[in-house]
Design a binder for this molecule. Sequence first.
Ligand code: SF4
Length: 320
Amino acid sequence: MSQPVLEARGVSKHFTAGRATVRAVEDATLALLPGRIVALVGESGSGKTTLARLLARFYPPTAGEIRLRGEPVKGNQRAYYRDVQLIFQDPFGSLNPLHRVRYNLERAVKLHHEVRSKEEVEQRVVELLERVSLTPVEQFVDKFPHELSGGQRQRVVIARALAVEPKVLLGDEPISMLDVSIRLEMLNLLDRLRTEDGLALLYITHDIASARYLCDDIVVMYAGRMVEGGPKEAVIADPLHPYTQLLIDSSPDPERDRTDRAALFDAEDLGEPPSLIDPPAGCRFHPRCPVAMDICRTDVPPRTELPDGRWTHCWLQENK
Ligand code: SF4
């Protein structure tokens, strides 16, 4: 297997809010490999976006480290963005609304490359729009963002990210604000980019169905902690952590027999995810977990490595 392009190793992020500390991400470990897609799934407030922003170096980790090609990241942010690009949920918010598509793309091309001739920059803009299937190019290149549909805008955002020829794309809910009718098209575009360019892609979503469609591996987060990960087929068919079971059971899939686990969860009032200011001790899922044991209330479950690249943080597996 190839080496990871981008890694988080034991990364935590705590924010100060007045006198309180928000423990947004705790001890997160993740590796992104060329040509592979990892889906990072969880409810809102699970720490997914904070982790993406840590990987994008929007802010430094409180503990742990981010590694690019095996080296701890430091120094020049601009050089880093040649390798790592983040795509946001809201394509409208990420484009300059006062400028045409051409300007938005030219700026990215010029910012990240040696100064090129006007013709070269123009040629690159055309290539980028073709790559994201905004063709014929002349129909799109001189439009303002508000003249495009949501899906077309997100394609421009992706084209702009590709302008720097990155090795890693971090997509933070990149399809969730788009019309249902074009979500599949966008997923297919991302899939094509990883195949053609060998991009490593982190696909952040709260939607198991799209993760199931697109990714190779799944990592599940709950209340700032990673709880389970591994190859998608295995995790979805046989989730080991009770939270992953809940997440998968609550996502519609007519082919899956959910009788046993649904009975376990439907009988309970599951409540809300916990506050990250004063999260539960031990396993953060214990107040919602129908099979919690005494140790779960006091001790954080360690990472248990399982066969076939799977792992989980749950005392049930650790004690087997
Ligand atoms: Fe439930 Fe305990 Fe596993 Fe947490 S560690 S998911 S509380 S069994």
